[in-house]
Design a protein around this ligand. Structure first.
Ligand code: ZN
Ligand code: CU
Length: 500
């Protein structure tokens, strides 16, 4: 008897997300799940898509995002969906979604006038995501910086016993609510005031739960290797897997050090520790200008800031609320106009446009490729969703750029490996059950794309462009992108850590 599905995708090259090479197969979707994978010639469906010549893969999992509030206030999430992303892990770099007041204060800088009813803790956040039904699935990390801000404010000291207990309680709350782990941002205020022990003790609250420790390390410049050692030591002490966020060597004098950083990762893996990394596929990063100022990155002689030394030419304003005329201009150019040294010019910009973000051209292409080739590497956009300014093009284009530029055109690895890094590998590491691979019974998060055409189109001048070649996206069985265009269907859910 012929089977009948809601959706039938015919004739695609199936990349199942496990890293296996593609095979020809049809896919049948029933409701929120993938009901059948194989030869479905006799089947019928309410919607049949001819995908011959196209690839079908699990929806991309963006393991490093800052979409905590975007998911609530820009719920269509078109900037992710149009790039093939079906799940975002929020709460990175120490900026988590809870406690509410502190999380909101941090987000206000990027999204002025943000109006949101309060929620209670990570549990409340995930419930709010569920009510909102954003376009993509959202999973959350607890943010150490946000928690520290709630308990200690901006004080540059270690917590006292009571304070540490209060911070632990927030970490536990997040873990119980299904957070995937704890993140730190150790170049940022107030995360940077935490010593190793404080972080290890907080992370240990999640021991045995399957959660991980994700870190924007203390120093990605001259102190890169010590920072990797610190991350690994925290994972070892807390007995948690470690996820090193956006691994890079920042600042010219540090280029090449990613090789030694990866050697430290391998050594820890050999000792039996779980240590992985993530990366965005560009030689430029992006962050808040305030962090560049606080780490004294404009001082060419500095050797202890977490960003390394950057040239004012290489730092470009991405968003400056109230001063769009600064967006797209370098700190060097603005400093000349203000007749100020770069550091003072940056301080003025931060004063007049608090929360301004910048793009920093501070990595080498060799390093980017070295990290990407490494089998420990997953893909995370690290996009900052300042949609009104000139955000880093990674916000929209990360996954298409890895597939089109790095896998197909540069030949760094086969397409199935690229896809595995952004799907099955990520789902397994972060504990996202029934996602990341296209097996019968899995949630129907999937993307149909043209492997010959897929490519990033956003540039630093014109970042707000969607990539080419992403044809269809399904999220929990809902058809979110149809022939390259966003539909009204929003299928995203709050994802909680799968306990096995
Ligand atoms: Zn970061
Ligand atoms: Cu980040």
């Amino acid at each position: 008897m012929a089977r009948h599905f809601d959706v039938l995708i015919r004739g695609a090259q199936l990349f199942d997300g496990t890293g296996s090479p593609a095979r020809g197969a049809d896919l049948g979707i029933e409701g929120e799940r993938l009901a059948a994978v194989g030869s479905l010639d006799a089947a019928t469906a309410a919607l049949e898509l001819d995908a011959s010549g196209q690839a079908v893969a699990p929806g991309f999992i963006d393991v490093h995002t800052h979409d905590d509030f975007a998911a609530l206030v820009v719920p269509d999430m078109g900037f992710k969906l149009r790039g093939g992303v079906t799940t975002c892990v929020v709460g990175n770099c120490g900026f988590g979604p809870a406690p509410f007041a502190e999380a909101r204060a941090m987000a206000e800088a990027f999204t002025p006038g943000l109006s949101l009813a309060p929620y209670d803790g990570t549990r409340g956040y995930l419930e709010r995501v569920e009510e909102t039904e954003p376009g993509v699935n959202i999973a959350a990390l607890a943010g150490h910086g946000t928690i520290r801000l709630a308990v200690l404010g901006r004080e540059a000291r270690a917590p006292e016993g009571r304070e540490l207990e209060a911070m632990k309680a927030w970490v536990r709350e997040a873990g119980d609510a299904g957070a995937l782990g704890l993140s730190t941002g150790l170049i940022y205020e107030p995360g940077r005031y935490a010593e190793t022990d404080e972080i290890a003790e907080l992370a240990a609250e999640l021991r045995g739960s399957g959660a991980l420790y994700a870190t924007h390390m203390r120093d990605e410049g001259a102190g890169l290797l010590d920072s990797v050692r610190e991350a690994i030591a925290i994972g070892e002490s807390a007995d948690l897997p470690v996820q090193i966020s956006h691994l890079k060597a920042s600042g010219r004098e540090n280029w090449g050090r990613v090789v030694e950083a990866l050697a430290l990762v391998e050594a820890a893996q050999k000792r039996g520790q779980t240590v992985f990394v993530d990366q965005y596929p560009y030689t430029a990063g992006s962050t808040v200008l305030r962090a560049v100022i606080q780490n004294e990155a404009f001082d060419p002689a500095q050797t202890s800031g977490g960003i390394g030394a950057v040239r004012p030419d290489d730092v470009v304003v991405a968003s400056a609320v109230g001063h769009p005329e600064w967006e797209g201009q370098s700190i060097a150019a603005l400093a000349e106009g203000f007749r100020l040294p770069p550091q003072e010019a940056a301080e003025r910009i931060e004063r007049d446009a608090p929360g301004a973000t910048v793009v920093l051209h501070m990595m080498s292409e060799d390093d980017v490729e070295t990290v990407m080739r490494h089998p420990a590497t997953m893909i995370g956009s690290d996009g900052i969703p300042t949609l009104a300014g000139k955000p880093h093009p990674r916000l929209y284009n990360t996954f298409a750029r890895v597939l089109g530029h790095y896998a197909r055109d540069r030949g760094l690895f086969p397409l199935e490996t690229a896809i595995h890094r952004m799907t099955g590998f990520a789902a397994q590491t972060f504990g996202l059950g029934d996602r990341g691979t296209l097996a019968e019974g899995a949630f129907a998060d999937l993307v149909v794309f043209d492997p010959q055409r897929v490519i990033d189109r956003g540039t630093f001048e014109h970042p707000n462009r969607y990539p080419d070649g992403i044809e269809h996206v399904f999220v929990n069985g809902r058809h979110a992108v149809r022939h390259g265009a966003l539909t009204e269907a929003r299928g995203g859910r709050a994802l909680r850590r799968a306990t096995s």
